[in-house]
Design a protein around this ligand. Structure first.
Ligand SMILES: [Zn+2]
Length: 202
């Protein structure tokens, strides 16, 4: 399995394409508010079938260009947490515009499992940055959105954010074991490194 990273959109969101080269099957994590031509070209040049677009949360910088994605790949199943979809529907600030957001294929909650090839993707609820933030665990990779960054954590001062909740979510992530971390912004890292140097993990 390979992971391609495209940093794109107005504030540099990490958009991941996880794919199997021989099977040509893939899933994407977040799409940003402005998908680049390079991102679409990569999918098309590699002839990838995108089974899922997994959204870590409903903030505009992670998801606002979703219609460009679904128009290009109409068979892709859009996956978002039930809570953040409700946040979008309620038009909370900094979330995607609800009229620019398609009906999701699937609303997920903590512990849900999505099949992918001969494996599965596990949903881990990590509220705090938004009330419906989730991480997606696949193989040895944890796609953690804006919950954890290399050396810091996500903001909790926006709508539905909670510092108390994000600290509980950080503890939950720390307890998972040693997984590689693929955050929504900035560099990739791993849980062991964060336990050593991230002040929020102490
Ligand atoms: Zn965010």
């Amino acid at each position: 399995m390979k992971i391609a990273l495209f940093e794109q959109g107005s504030i540099g969101t990490n958009c991941y394409i996880v794919y199997d080269e021989s099977e040509k099957q893939a899933f994407c994590v977040d799409c940003s508010d402005k998908i680049s031509n390079a991102y679409f070209d990569f999918i098309e040049k590699n002839a990838l079938q995108i089974k899922y677009l997994l959204l870590t949360h409903g903030h505009y910088d992670h998801a606002a260009d979703i219609l460009a994605f679904t128009r290009r790949f109409p068979k892709t199943q859009v996956v978002i947490s039930q809570t953040d979809y409700e946040n979008i529907r309620q038009r909370k600030s900094v979330f995607c515009e609800s009229d620019a957001f398609p009906e999701p294929s699937m609303l997920v909650n903590d512990g849900d499992i999505l099949p992918f090839l001969n494996s599965s993707i596990k949903i881990i609820a990590t509220p705090g940055h938004t009330s419906g933030s989730v991480c997606y665990l696949f193989g040895d990779a944890l796609f953690c959105g804006d919950t954890v960054f290399d050396g810091s954590i996500g903001r909790t001062d926006m709508a539905t954010g909670s510092f108390f909740e994000i600290m509980k979510s950080v503890a939950k992530i720390a307890s998972l074991g040693d997984y590689a971390l693929y955050p929504g912004h900035m560099s990739t890292t791993d849980i062991t490194t964060q336990k050593e140097m991230n002040p929020y993990f102490r």
